[in-house]
Structures are given as C-alpha cells and as structure tokens.
Design a protein around this ligand. Structure first.
Ligand SMILES: O=P(O)(O)OC[C@H]1O[C@H](O)[C@H](O)[C@@H](O)[C@@H]1O
Length: 559
C-alpha cells in the first residue's frame, strides 16, 4: 500500500530536482528534435485492442524531457511503489484510507468471471455488478422500445437525470461524447444546480405523461439532488395526482436503499451500487443509466469494455510503455519541478466538448489535497488546475496565453483520425486536423529570428526592436493523442487512461485521491447556515464576514 511518504523524500525526486536545476536550459525542444531524428518513434506509444477495436497513439515527444529525465521519472514511480499501489487497487485493498474503503471502479467494467474477468472479493464487485447491469439492460431496452409506459399509457420520450457532481458530470460528458450513437427521439436533460432555474427551465420542456426522472445520488442525501427530486415529484403529481404513478416515472440510482424508499421510490425501481465506487468514478455503475438509455445497452457495455482494456494495459504493461503512467510522470515533471499550475485538455472533437469539465472533478477533487496519507503536509504541488475547451474554439479564445504568456501550460491535444461527421467530403475534418497538428508544432518551436526576418523582408528587418518583438521562443510542451474514431470503446479507454493517470500521480504524491473532505465540510456548513437564515437572531457562530454577509442578505431579501 502507498505509505503516504512525502514524494520529496524519495531519492529519485531529489535527483530530478538536481537535474532540473543543472540542466533545465538544455531542455529545448528545437535542439532536442534536431539532435535526434528518432525522437518521435522513441517517445510515442500505441495502445491497440481488437475487441472492442481501439487504437490510440500517444506522442509525448514534444515534452521538455530527455532519456535522463525519463529514467528519473520512472525511477520515481518505482520508488513510490506505483506498481504495488496499482495492484492493491485491483485487489480491492482499502486504499481509500480515510474512509476505509476499497476503490473499485475497475470492477464495474470487469467482464463476468466466466468470461475472463477478475474475481474481486468485495461485496457486489463480482456478481452484484453483473446483476445491476442486467437490470440496466432490461430497463433501458424497455424505455428505448417504448414498452415502458407512463401513467396515461404513453411511451417515455423525455429523460431527466437529477444529480450533481459525479452523479451528473459523467453522464453529461458521455452522452454528449456519444451523441452520434444516441436514439434521437429520446430527449435527454440534466438538472444539477440547486438554483431553481435549472429545474424550472427543464420542466418547461417536459410533459409529465411522457417524462422519466432518474434520481442519481450515491448517498441520496445530497441537498441539491433531493430538493430537485422533491420539486420534480411535486410538479409531476400536480398532473398525475395519484402517488402510485410515481413508480412509472421515477427511478433511483444509489447505494442508499433506505433513503430511496423514504423518498417514495420502490426498491424495484432502484439501481444499486456500492460504497467502493467514488462519485467521480461512477458513470460506469448504475449512475450510467441515462447513458445506457441514450445510446443503448450494447454501446454502454462497449464503453465499459474499452475501459477494461485500458485497465488491463495499466495493470500489466511495464511502466516505460504504460500510457497512464507516462502521462502521469510527464505531468509531475511540470507540476512539481517547473512549477506549472495547470494542465489543459484540448480535444479536437466537438463531441468531447465536456471532456475537460468532466476531468475538472475527476482530477481536481481527487488530487486537490495538501496532506499525505500519513498526515504530513506536502512541500510540493499536488493536483493541477484542469481546464480546456474543444478545438478550434479555444484557439480563438485563450491559446494566445498558452503560446506567449508567462505561464507554462502543459497541454494534451486529442483528436480522432476519422470523424463521425465527414460533411463536405471530409473538408471540415481536414481543416480541423491541420489545426490539431499546427498548434503543438507552433507551441513547441515558436518563431525564430530567421523566420521573422524572412517574413518582414530586408527593409523592415532593419528595425531590430520590431524583429525582436516578433520572435517567440516556443518550447511549450504538449502531448498529442490521436485515436482512430470516437467509438464507445475508445471513449471508455480514454477516460480510463486519465483516471489511471490521476491514480499514479496521487500515489507518487502520497495523498489519498479517493476522498473529498473539503467538499464535505462545505456541505455541512451550508446545512447549519440554512437553519439560521429565517431569523437574524439565529445567526451565530460565524466570523464577522460571514455574519455580515448573511445579515445583509436577510435585510435585502424580498420575503
Ligand atoms: O452522488 P451524491 O451522493 O449525490 O454525491 C454527489 C457529489 O457530492 C459531492 O460533491 C462529492 O464531493 C462528489 O464526489 C459527489 O459526486
């Protein structure tokens, strides 16, 4: 098990620090490429599987690394026991130490043991998963075929997923990413925010006779979700009148049977999962019901299968060829030695426009920690700020800062070789991909004096200041990830790739990537404050700022 040791105490860490200090000026992409014509083939690796057919190329050659840096990074992974910690996760050990839980989202995409899956000895992890998947298959097929009827005998044509955080972001991202495979006569909506506007605007588009509400909440205690679900039920009953009709229009995805039944949803309409599924790793579980309804169960299973292939790769490939490990280590090089604060995810595929949003929770909630598992305060940076947008939109918005700003922003570029929408004879995709190739090239190599002089011509080049102002150094690092096509299997593999990257980084930093105590404290405080809001006299126990703000609100609200 990862010990919670400070990463900065590892010998390999110290060596990397020394390397960075003494040789940083030699990590210049222009020179590194000039010196080694084999750099691309040396620093790229392909992940290829046949069932499902997934083909992903990771090119990490445009990074500020050489063989020595890489050797140091792999040594760090070994010294931090990354392999052991990975195996502990797969074995169901309780690596989420603060909550004493296993971390087994990998079990959710595990095929049945009879089909070669791992046998994981944790409640539900082997047979339970298959049972819930069978329930999801049956139910999603009933909705898609129209055989599930609403209270007036009409088929369902609108699905509203009510959930927040992991119970929202995963289904949102995946249903967007795989929209191409969706059943287009089913309208999908997601309500997450407690702000009544979110629910109100969605309900305007719904007909109670043909709407299915999916209440998605691991704990079934999350204030936003329960409040939204109660209000949705009230809205529904205004038309349906009879509470017995709720059974046809509300289902729940949760670990909390008691909470679900207390809400008025019967156990038969509940899709179970387990406490070893972290919210931000949960769309592989029952939380993915809206995905299965949208794209069909077989496609949903392909998402799981693609992820399972990546799990196998992560588990059995040596570190030097292991995609998640490579991404994690290169990320650590910038995060901890160069002091980069962020990591941009830039998919050149419009279907992936929610990919960065999704990993904002996945990465930042996992690795936004300052204390290691043994309680020491870290003296290095942990989780980066994750952000991004789909290309080429980002190019016309924030790329300038990546190109020439003072901050180092390592970027991952992702793109499919084949588009799902080859309109205008494939012209759009060629233009899109020319940008996908051009941006990392420009970031890496910038614009040299020679290029500027050539561009300006002999006369204007006399102006030294002008020439100087137009040169830019480049040397901005990127990873490029090319994949064949955005299929369900490929999406599953890509998401698992980033999940495991997060796991490896957390292991090296010695932190618990699987709890979220900061978020939980905010929830507790909000509940306490809610009770004090009716009467200013009740506002006690806060600092003067919080008290002042609450009092101002109380004086200004329109009650
Ligand atoms: O699924 P729920 O129990 O409603 O939780 C929803 C979300 O709550 C919090 O924000 C947690 O930090 C998230 O990890 C979780 O996904």
């Amino acid at each position: 098990m990862a010990t919670g040791k400070l990463a900065s105490d590892y010998e390999a860490w110290k060596k990397l620090q020394a390397l960075y200090q003494s040789k940083r000026s030699s990590y210049v992409l222009k020179d590194l490429f000039a010196a080694d014509p084999e750099r691309f083939s040396k620093y790229s690796v392909e992940f290829k599987t046949s069932a499902p057919a997934v083909d992903i190329l990771l090119d990490y050659s445009k990074n500020l690394i050489d063989t020595e840096v890489l050797a140091g990074l792999f040594a760090l992974a070994r010294e931090a026991n990354v392999e052991q910690f990975r195996d502990d996760m797969f074995a169901g050990k309780h690596i989420n130490t603060s909550e004493d839980r296993a971390v087994l989202h990998i079990a959710l995409r595990n095929p049945p043991v009879s089909e070669g899956g791992w046998d994981i000895k944790e409640e539900g992890a082997t047979t339970g998963v298959q049972e819930v998947l069978a329930h999801m298959k049956e139910f999603s097929e009933q909705i898609r075929s129209g055989s599930w009827k609403g209270y007036t005998g009409k088929a369902i044509n609108t699905i509203v997923n009510i959930g927040i955080g992991g119970s929202d972001l995963g289904p949102v991202m995946v249903t967007e990413a795989l929209k191409h495979y969706s059943q287009r006569n089913l309208q999908l909506h997601f309500v997450s925010n407690i702000d009544g506007t979110d629910l109100a605007e969605v309900l305007r588009q719904c007909d109670p006779e043909t709407t299915l509400f999916i209440v998605a909440s691991k704990t079934f205690t999350t204030q936003e979700t329960i409040t939204n679900a109660e209000s949705a039920k009230e809205w529904f009953l205004t038309s349906a009148k009879d509470k017995a009709h709720v059974a046809k229009h509300f289902v729940a995805l949760s670990t909390n049977t008691e909470g679900v039944t207390a809400f008025g949803i019967s156990e038969a309409n509940m899709f179970q999962f387990w406490d070893w599924v972290g919210g931000r790793y949960s769309f592989w579980s029952a939380i993915g019901l809206s995905i299965a309804i949208s794209i069909g169960f077989d496609n949903f299973r392909e998402v799981l299968n693609g992820a399972h292939e990546m799990d196998k790769h992560f588990k059995s490939t040596k570190l030097e060829e292991n995609l998640p490990v490579i991404l994690a280590l290169v990320g650590i090089w910038y995060n901890d030695f160069y002091g980069a604060q962020t990591q941009a995810l830039l998919p050149y595929d419009q279907y992936l426009h929610k990919f960065a949003d999704y990993f904002q929770q996945g990465d930042m909630e996992s690795n936004g920690k300052t204390v290691t598992k043994d309680g020491s305060r870290v003296d290095y940076e942990t989780g980066p700020i994750i952000w991004g947008q789909s290309g080429t939109n980002g190019q016309h918005a924030f790329y300038q800062l990546i190109h020439q700003g003072t901050k180092l922003i390592p970027c991952d570029f992702l793109a499919p070789a084949e588009t799902l929408n080859p309109i205008a004879g494939g012209k759009h995709h060629e233009i899109l991909l020319s940008n996908f190739f051009a941006q990392p090239e420009a970031l890496a190599f910038g614009k040299t004096e020679q290029q500027v002089v050539q561009e300006l011509g002999p006369k204007q080049s006399q102006n030294a200041a002008l020439v100087k102002s137009k040169i830019f150094e480049g040397n901005k690092p990127t990873n490029s990830i090319l994949f064949q096509k955005l299929t369900p299997g490929t999406l599953g593999a890509l998401v698992a790739l980033y999940e495991h990257k997060i796991h490896v980084q957390g292991a090296i930093w010695g932190i618990n990537s699987y709890d979220q105590m900061g978020v939980e404290l905010g929830k507790v405080l909000a509940k306490a404050i809610l009770k004090q809001l009716p009467d200013p006299k009740d506002v006690t126990g806060h600092d003067s700022s919080t008290t002042g703000l609450i009092h101002w609100y109380q004086a200004h609200r329109n009650k």
